[in-house]
Every structure is written in structure tokens, then in C-alpha cells.
Ligand binder design. Structure first.
Ligand code: IPM
Ligand code: MN
Length: 371
């Protein structure tokens, strides 16, 4: 029987609660669809850092490297200075495991209200492909005359042709499996050096993928077009910081961070991809059973798709979507059930029979992980 070896990183705040539901759903999907899972928990996050002073060491990175995939909950804790956990853990894992693509699908689920007036669900089904290891996120720079009125902060953005080409090539291949439309999102009217490099690489690839229609939208204009004319987009490829920002807007269009899933995809096949809800650790509601597990469960669906278990991925996604449609609120005590109960409801709806369902959707899901 096929077995997948998963690393489980719960992290902070609501991370353990939602990740537990994701793992529960994965186990259920495995039982129904005829494969098994091995899970190894990793204690990483604020508490470990506060207890030991260590964020993650290279032995742990090496150990993570050997798994088939990583399920990640959330990270962030008010007791730790902002930036320490983010840079030292999440960004380090994304970089060291060469998870060059951060894939964030944006689609509407039946029954989940979108704040965009009169938005028909058929008009909204696109993915944000965010470059995941470079740009402003590299963190280079310096401060001169810090603490004085003459302070100067330099924050560098790193953009390498090879990383951009990997992400752009992935995006073209993904567009080819979807609706053959790729939009580059940047700010090339201002960030002329990085913008020109991105555009040049997109143009080179456009010649190699003639069936894909190519478009360009500035990042600021994107914030208007995404909510107003989402049907215009299929695959949006963008740099790390723009991707971070517009994917939160995407989550809002979907009905909130409670439903937004993501995959940090390793493209060289030599390290695992990592699946995480887009939302943060929400320390204010941690431990109360108020967190919506849907984003984590939908991320688990992306994990199954990436492992090649397309049918199970779709069954899991359908189960989560049907439960989502019944929620009164997307998080908090008014949700109508606890985090754990929602996980149980999702599990109960994972079926083996997905025959009536569009097989094209399965191939689109598995294509997300195509390398
Ligand atoms: C995300 C988060 C992270 C990011 C933070 C927590 C470092 O906002 O996954 O979008 O900026 O990438
Ligand atoms: Mn973000």
C-alpha cells in the first residue's frame, strides 16, 4: 500500500487546533482512498524558542528534508518580537527546503459569503503564484544613524533570473492545465530593475508557451481588478511581497482568511513541499475551539494533490467545502460548532466515490504540484 511520510509542525496559537483537523482529515482520506500515512511531530514555534532559545537547527532542517510533505499550522506569538519566528522559522524553511512557489488558490465556495456585491462564483477561480524565497523577503539591508532623526533604513530586494525563471515556468505550465491565461503582477513603472527582469523572463517563456495568453497588471491596479473583475484572472504570477499582499486580498474575496489555503511548493523534488493555511496564529482565540479549520483542511487537500492522490484531494476538498457552506460565521463562537466538531463533520463527508465529479478538476489539482 502507498505510504506517505508527513512532518507535522503545529506551531503557535490556533496552529495546533487547526492542524489537528487537517491531519484527521488526511487520515480519513487515506483510509477511504487506500493509502497510509506516517506522521512525525516537530516541536517548533514560540514555546520551543522561549524554552530553549533555539528556533530550528540544521539537524532539524535535514530531518525535515527526508519527509514527503510538511503540514504546518501557524506561527506567531505576542511574547516574541515580531520578525524572529517569521524570519528564523517560516522563511528559513521556505528557503532551505527550496519551496520556490507559494501557491494560493482563490475561488468561492458555495454558501460562503463574499464581501464583493453580486459576485457570481463562476466568475472567480484563479491562483496566485507567489515567488517564495527572494525579493524583499531576503532581508538584506542596513540601518544608518539608527535611533536619531537622521536614521536611514536600507531594505534590499533580491531578484535572481534563475528563481524567477523557475517560478514563471511553473506558472506557464499551470496555466496550460487551467484556462491558458497568465498575468504578471509587478510594479514595473516604479521598480524598474526588478520589473524589467520579471517582464523579460515572462516574455521569453511566452514564446515557448504560445497557447497561453499573457497579460500584465501593476500591483496597485491588481487590488482593484481582483475584487471587481476576478474573471480576468487565471494564473497570477508575482514576486514575494506583492504576492503576500494580493493573496490576503484574494482571501478576503473568498470570504476571509478562514477559507484560504496555501502550498509552499518545492520544485526540484529533493525536499518536501509544505502546506499551511494563509491565516496566522490568532493568539486571541487560541485554545477556545473557535478557529475555523477549513483553511488548514483545504491545505491538506493541496498536500494530497501534490502527493499525486488527486481523487482523495478532491474528496477532501469537497467535504471541507460542503461543511464550510453551513457555517454561520467564519470564525469565533458564532460558527455553530467547535473547531474539533467541524473537523469531525468534514471527516464524516470524505467519500470514496468521486466519479460524478469533474475529472478535469482532479487533473487541475494534481497539476498544481507538477514539477
Ligand atoms: C504568509 C505570512 C508570512 C509571509 C509571514 C508570517 C512571514 O504573512 O504566509 O503570507 O509574509 O509570508
Ligand atoms: Mn501573508
Amino acid at each position: 500500500m502507498r505510504n506517505y511520510d508527513l512532518a507535522i509542525i503545529d506551531g503557535d496559537g490556533i496552529g495546533p487546533e487547526v492542524n489537528a483537523q487537517a491531519v484527521k482529515a488526511l487520515e480519513a482520506a487515506a483510509a477511504v482512498h487506500g493509502f497510509t500515512l506516517t506522521t512525525t511531530p516537530y516541536e517548533l514555534g514560540a514555546q520551543t524558542y522561549l524554552d530553549t532559545g533555539t528556533l530550528i537547527d540544521s539537524d532539524t532542517i535535514s530531518a525535515l528534508q527526508c519527509h514527503d510533505a510538511i503540514m504546518f499550522g501557524a506561527m506567531g506569538d505576542p511574547r516574541v518580537t515580531p520578525g524572529i519566528l517569521e524570519r528564523g522559522l517560516i522563511l528559513r524553511m521556505r528557503r532551505e527546503l527550496r519551496q520556490q512557489v507559494n501557491l494560493r488558490p482563490v475561488r468561492l465556495y458555495p454558501g460562503v459569503p463574499t464581501p464583493i456585491k453580486d459576485l457570481d462564483p463562476t466568475r472567480c477561480d484563479f491562483v496566485v503564484v507567489r515567488e517564495n524565497t527572494e525579493g524583499m523577503y531576503v532581508g538584506g539591508g542596513s540601518t544608518v544613524h539608527g535611533g536619531t532623526t537622521n536614521a536611514v533604513a536600507l531594505q534590499e530586494s533580491v531578484n535572481t533570473a534563475s528563481a524567477i525563471a523557475d517560478v514563471v515556468d511553473y506558472s506557464f505550465r499551470l496555466a496550460g492545465q487551467r484556462r491558458n491565461k497568465l498575468t504578471l503582477c509587478h510594479k514595473k513603472n516604479v521598480l524598474v530593475h526588478a520589473g524589467e527582469l520579471w517582464q523579460t523572463i515572462v516574455d521569453e517563456h511566452a514564446a515557448r508557451y504560445p497557447s497561453v495568453e499573457v497579460d500584465y497588471v501593476h500591483a496597485d491596479a491588481m487590488c482593484q481588478h481582483m475584487p471587481m473583475s476576478p474573471e480576468r484572472f487565471d494564473v497570477i504570477v508575482t514576486d514575494n511581497l506583492f504576492g503576500d499582499i494580493i493573496s490576503d486580498l484574494g482571501a478576503t474575496i473568498q470570504g476571509g482568511l478562514g477559507v484560504a489555503a496555501s502550498a509552499n511548493l518545492n520544485l526540484d523534488g529533493l525536499a518536501p513541499s509544505m502546506f499551511e493555511p494563509v491565516h496566522g496564529s490568532a493568539p486571541d482565540i487560541a485554545g477556545r475551539g473557535w478557529a475555523n479549520p477549513a483553511a488548514a483542511v483545504l491545505s491538506a487537500g493541496m498536500c494530497l494533490a501534490a502527493l499525486g492522490e488527486g481523487k482523495a484531494a478532491l474528496a477532501l476538498e469537497n467535504a471541507a467545502a460542503s461543511v464550510l457552506g453551513e457555517l454561520r460565521e467564519l470564525a469565533g463562537p458564532g460558527m455553530g460548532a467547535s473547531t474539533d466538531e467541524l473537523g469531525d463533520r468534514i471527516v464524516a463527508r470524505i467519500t470514496s466515490d468521486v466519479t460524478e465529479i469533474d475529472t478535469a478538476r482532479i487533473s487541475i489539482m494534481t497539476a498544481m504540484a507538477a514539477v
